[in-house]
Design a binder for this molecule. Structure first.
Ligand code: ES4
Ligand code: ZN
Length: 326
């Protein structure tokens, strides 16, 4: 269709992507087989059948199970490379990738195994696909701050490969303020800071991410429209929101795409952007997120271009490179 062609034609930046959430069932079964791991699902179809979520936690339960088949550096490399070739086909030219070290170190996989596989695939994509990238290490918020400190410590030998830290996993009951000290320590190591906030959680969590963690970007932030003072703050400080429309529908953050707040956010002058979050689980990569949002909200070409420009603006590319994309 015309709309699909327009979206394909726009060079895009993806800023909210969990690499473990790009694990397609086909690759999951292939890696499980070579690692001699038996999945609790006997076929790709029965696994996909389980991809029906009522909330974030139901998704996370399955996401952590899927990640358990990743054992060797090659597995992390294959996972990352599959994602990168996919987005290359969708005209994504810059990506800022989250990975969750604790999802792996907690099962006895060494930090270096995880990051080396991911890093080597990212470097190959830079050289061969002309995709620029940043890498963001996310702390799991359902674990303790002490555990996050251990992860920070493990990351230090690889500091040059890591651009920032994030905060993800179960939001309710795990407010950003639980991680104030480890975010401060991360900033002292030179890491940039982001956090998931206001996806399922209340607007207070967005305030905490700003005031306690000092993040430069909010992942999701859907709930910010509940608070005019917060909206003003986000506009004045040009804090981007990395929205994930298909994720929001699949996790019942909204009941249907027509309710997605992104257009209201653009109209208010917020730096709203669109990304895929966990594309293998939520039914679409970048183009599908743009397309479904555009269809439901009647977005025109200018809106779509604005969203793409906002993402480069919100990215961690240097200002000279940003200009080239905008
Ligand atoms: C996530 Cl959608 C979402 N929210 C919070 N944490 C996550 N980890 C992976 N996907
Ligand atoms: Zn996310």
């Amino acid at each position: 269709s015309e709309l699909k062609k327009i979206i394909q034609g726009i060079p895009k930046a993806e800023l909210h992507l969990h690499i473990e959430g790009s694990f397609e069932p086909e690759l999951m079964f292939e890696i499980a087989k070579r690692n001699k791991i038996t999945l609790a699902y006997d076929s790709i179809a029965s696994l996909k059948e389980a991809y029906k979520f009522n909330n974030l936690q139901e998704f996370l339960d399955l996401y952590y199970i899927g990640a358990q088949v990743l054992i060797h550096e090659q597995d992390f490399y294959d996972l990352t490379w599959a994602y990168l070739t996919k987005i290359h086909s969708q005209n994504v030219v810059h990506v800022e990738v989250f990975f969750d070290p604790q999802t792996h170190t907690d099962r006895g996989i060494a930090f270096d195994v995880v990051i080396k596989g991911i890093y080597k695939a990212l470097e190959k994509a830079k050289a061969e696909l002309n995709i620029s990238y940043q890498l963001i290490m996310s702390y799991l918020r359902h674990l303790s701050e002490e555990e996050a400190f251990k992860t920070l410590e493990s990351s230090l030998p690889f500091k040059d490969w890591i651009d920032g830290v994030g905060l993800d996993s179960s939001e309710m009951g795990n407010p950003p303020s639980k991680f104030t000290k480890v975010f401060e320590a991360s900033a002292n190591q030179g890491y940039k800071l982001v956090a998931h906030a206001g996806e399922e959680g209340p607007v207070d969590y967005i305030w905490e991410a700003l005031d306690h963690l000092k993040v430069v970007r909010i992942d999701h932030g859907n709930r910010c429209l509940d608070d005019d003072t917060l909206v003003q703050r986000l506009i004045e400080q040009e804090i981007p929101l990395t929205l994930c429309p298909l994720s929001n529908v699949e996790l019942k953050v909204i009941q249907k795409m027509e309710e997605h707040p992104v257009l209201k956010m653009l109209d208010k002058g917020l730096l709203a952007t669109i990304h895929s979050d966990d594309p293998a689980y939520f039914g679409g990569y970048m183009n599908e997120n743009y397309y479904e949002t555009a269809k439901a909200l009647n977005l025109n070409k200018e809106h779509l271009m604005q969203l793409a420009v906002n993402a480069f603006e919100a990215s961690w590319l240097n200002s000279e490179t940003k200009e080239k994309h905008i």
